[in-house]
Design a protein around this ligand. Structure first.
Ligand code: ADP
Ligand code: RBF
Ligand code: MG
Length: 311
């Protein structure tokens, strides 16, 4: 099974970035050393990227005790106060702080961020790590406020949402049935993304979208909501919409007022509108997936770039 595990979004990018910039990196996990080794064996380039690997069986007490982090620092020849821990679990955050290190929490269970308040920063995804905040070299892969991602493709009939988009925000969003492709959606973190939208009977449009729980409204269900950057002047509920999601803009956020949320979404729209003209994003406008409605019904299960993007 371990050979089928997919790295979290942003994991490969972060590991590569630290290695390229000569930042020593350790892997410290409560799992036995041999299990760690077996798991990372299948991830290309990971083993060589860590200067140290510490398993739970190599220290007296595992997390939440600080031992495992102190041992990792020792093996890296690094003072604990110079170490930055990136953790997805509460015992890990506790252990990192007990080791007097800086700690970023990336909770693996969304919406549980409040429990992680002892961390120095809580982020939603590894895509949101800002190394420069911690005195590390910044990522240089952001382009005009956007981060290119491995594109993914989802589609389905436009469904009714909360009726809020147009009425409350003046920003209509063509909600998609997230349960039809929950596996593809849960593989990606919530956030604001952009790309191209194909409407079977109308054409292909630029779009910017939110995926998640809309913190301002604190929804209990994850929604998938593209805002097509085009004035249609009418609804198209029930029509099939197909998306090529090609880049990331930011995590979903809460806002002090409705006006500031609206202003930010418009800014997202401007960023997407401009970025989609860059050849690296523009080329996906021609993805066959956007143009070929399924012959087997109105909903699709999404797919990978290699499946969907070959002409
Ligand atoms: P709901 O909560 O039902 O999604 P919205 O106000 O968000 O209500 O959206 C209403 C509908 O507006 C969408 O489902 C779609 O049919 C239509 N619509 C019109 N113009 C657009 C656009 N530019 N982008 C997305 N949807 C649009
Ligand atoms: N809702 C939030 O609560 N926080 C956000 O950061 C946020 N960003 C959005 C970005 C875009 C591009 C779009 C189209 C919507 C965003 N929304 C956000 C979602 C908005 O709350 C939702 O579309 C409406 O509630 C209508 O369902
Ligand atoms: Mg909507």
């Amino acid at each position: 099974m371990w050979c089928n595990l997919k790295p979290l979004p942003g994991a490969n990018r972060l590991i590569k970035h630290l290695k390229t910039n000569g930042v020593p990196t350790a892997l410290a996990s409560n799992s036995p050393r041999c299990n760690i080794e077996a798991k990372i064996f299948f991830q290309q380039g990971w083993k060589e990227s860590f200067s140290a690997i510490v398993g739970g069986d190599e220290v007296e007490k595992g997390k939440p005790s600080p031992n495992i982090f102190l041992e990792a620092a020792k093996r890296m020849n690094c003072a604990p106060s110079n170490c930055l821990v990136i953790e997805d679990s509460l015992p890990g955050v506790t252990g990192g702080k007990a080791a007097e290190m800086h700690v970023i929490a990336v909770p693996s269970i969304p919406k549980k961020t409040a429990e992680f308040s002892s961390a120095d920063e809580v982020i939603n995804s590894l895509l949101d790590v800002r190394p420069e905040k911690w005195g590390l070299p910044p990522f240089n892969d952001w382009i005009e406020g956007t981060l290119p991602i491995e594109p993914w493709f989802i589609g389905g009939p436009v469904i009714k949402g909360f009726g809020r988009g147009s009425k409350v925000l003046g920003i209509p969003t063509a909600n998609l049935p997230a349960e039809n492709f929950s596996d593809v959606v849960s593989e990606h973190t919530s956030g604001v993304y952009f790309g191209w939208a194909g409407l079977s009977t109308r054409g292909i449009y630029k779009m910017v979208m939110s995926i998640g729980w809309n913190p301002y409204f604190d929804n209990t269900e994850k929604t998938v909501e593209p805002w097509l950057l085009h004035n249609f002047g009418e609804d198209f509920y029930g029509e099939e919409v197909r998306l090529a999601i090609v880049g990331y803009i930011r995590p979903e956020a809460n806002f002090p007022s409705l006006e500031s949320l609206i202003e930010r979404i418009h800014e997202d729209g401007r960023v997407a509108e401009k970025a989609l003209d860059l050849p690296m994003y523009a080329k996906y406008k021609d993805s066959p997936y956007l143009r070929n409605p399924s012959k087997h019904g109105s909903s699709t299960t999404g797919g990978t770039q290699s499946e969907m993007d070959s002409k």
